[in-house]
Ligand binder design. Sequence first.
Ligand code: BGC
Length: 760
Amino acid sequence: MKQLKIYALVVLFAALSCGKNKEVIKDENSSVSSNIDSKVDSLLSKMTLEEKIGQMNQYNGFWDVTGPTPDNGDAGKKYEHLRKGYVGSMLNVTGVENVRAVQKIAVEETRLGIPLIIGFDVIHGFKTLSPIPLAESASWDLEAIKKSAEVAALEASAAGINWTFAPMVDISRDARWGRVMEGAGEDPFLGSKIGVARIEGFQGSDLSKNNTVAACAKHWAGYGFAEAGRDYNTVDVGTSTLNNIIFPPFEAAVNANVRTFMNSFNELNGIPATGNSYLQRDILKGKWNFDGFVISDWGSMIEMVNHGFAKDKKQAAELSAIAGSDMDMESYAYVSELANLVNEGKVSEDLINDAVKRILRVKFELGLFDDPYKYCDLEREKEVTGSQQIHDAVLDMAKKSIVLLKNENNILPLKKEGQNIVVIGALANDKTSPLGSWRIGAEDGTAVSFLEGMQHYPNNKISYAKGANVITGDASFPFELNINTTDKSEFSKAVSTAKKADVVVMVLGEHAFQSGEARSRSELGLPGVQQELLEAVYAVNKNIVLVLNNGRPLTIPWADAHIPAIVEAWHLGTQSGNAIAQVLYGDYNPSGKLPMTFPRSVGQVPIYYNYKNTGRPTANEPNSVFWSHYTDVSNTPLYPFGHGLSYTTFQYANLNVTVKSGNEVEVSFNLKNTGSIKGKEVAQVYIRDLFASVTRPVKELKGFELVELEPGEAKQITVTLTEKELGFYNNSGDYVVEPGDFTVFVGGSSNTALESNFTL
Ligand code: BGC
């Protein structure tokens, strides 16, 4: 009876506050947030310690429309916790019916009726997939990237989800690390812009709408600098790299009002990120004043025992809570240990209150207290899932993500008729791999394969030969895949078919499950026997277009030296085959630029364009040995950061640099389309600070513009550099702009065309 009364009061409270809240939320931010803060305080004052800790506990989905999944031993306990109000969030519960069922328990059966926040990895789409994030980043098209996140949010929110664990804004310089597919590449400037575009796309301008979701900047911090590119490995980086390379995209995310952060599996300079007060309290919540909440990564609290940082689960909970991890994903540490820790005086209840306030604040902002079922509309789910609008957006994004790496003798675009085209490669006929590594919401086999895409051009004869498997095993069971296949039994068929072709299109590279989490590689060439297949086909027909499918930069020096056309087509999502075919036939003129350097050899890794000069950057006399180089490979990359060709050509001229008052520098130049078709170019502006109190890289991207030009058309482009672009973080973590000499570089890649100097 008593419980019923309290429940009635809560419903009344929620009902009263929701009517008001709806109006207020549209007002300007300060009054909205103070309004939310007072609701949060009022709710918090009614909560028991266990209920507060419940908000800090997230459980992985144990739910099917029928109830808790029977095959999960923990399900019974989780179910009981849910009914008691000891669960604040669930992940991997999707679909309106499932979400409604768990939400109903949280809202209608618990004492206070606090709704759950429902999280999912909507990384590059939900059921209908966009290109993998690294591919999208190759577009350098912030509007398109924002749109891609917007339609991902649309489709996911229609399936009950209101929180995505994206964007991953980890910078990485190491292509061996499988998760480079999930980020924006190696550059903090580009990475910050792309991270912000994704956050804006996911969260929209009004988080309380039912078609937007809360975003999550991850993994805080340093995860992309795992030693030797091996996932989850130790990270040990210096202050300058931390402040200038790793932190900036996260700071930009806070400034873009990202509502949540996820910490990371790795230790950073000896302290695991999940138990790291410097990262979570001093920088994120202190210096940057972040008012959202931090979730741990999957089991990262309990993994602190393996790291050798916590003695046991109890200490892991203590260290995590003190360090500022607000929500526990799948360590079961908070739910089982935190109340005792508070009662024993080891963790102050103030810290718990702070964490819970942060979590409740986001729930209020999402409007979950107004209507906990706002994402649970079956009609809307049917209408939105896989809609034409979403397919159009992912196709557009896929075309923009393709990078033309090489095109000798204009072998591309392909002629649209009268050609005998032979397509070779298992990936050409694959309807699952293009979906990418993060496709847990999608159905296998739902991508348009390359061969299907080619069918839209019926006036050529297309034949197909697999040539070699990329993987064996069932692609839906990624753990059972054998990726190093050795079977060459289909080589001879491929070679004999290729002999008669006008053009051979070879689709080679990595299956989607060869990149992504825990998919680190020690070699970066074409996996398995694909390199041998390429050489065998080349021996009988040199007219080859190589289409690469991959989640990371590959080392392909032989292909670069021999194959006339190379197209970087990544894992492009649901519309992959259509996008590649349209580019190969010239119905879409490619404009992508690499967001990550392609090495010549794996031994050059980490290789990145914004390196430091060193004391011995060049040989000071011929045949000198004592300078910073390799004896067996050049220092230069195979394809530099920012590289990408078009079916037209561009010319840069008339670079002018003017220093204005207040440390503003105006960089202007002329860009002309010198070819015969319309095309887009990403004009890039770099600087070098020639001497500084902390050494600066030889080049740093500081501006870019995506420009479309008609044949023969020229445009004057002006990029203004402000103190935000001209300074850096010193080793005390202070941002400084130092007077001195700078060089400005301009061009269509980090191998720039023009340069000039200025002095601040
Ligand atoms: C990944 C996170 C992801 C989480 C939930 C972890 O293994 O590192 O990025 O969001 O799982 O699926």
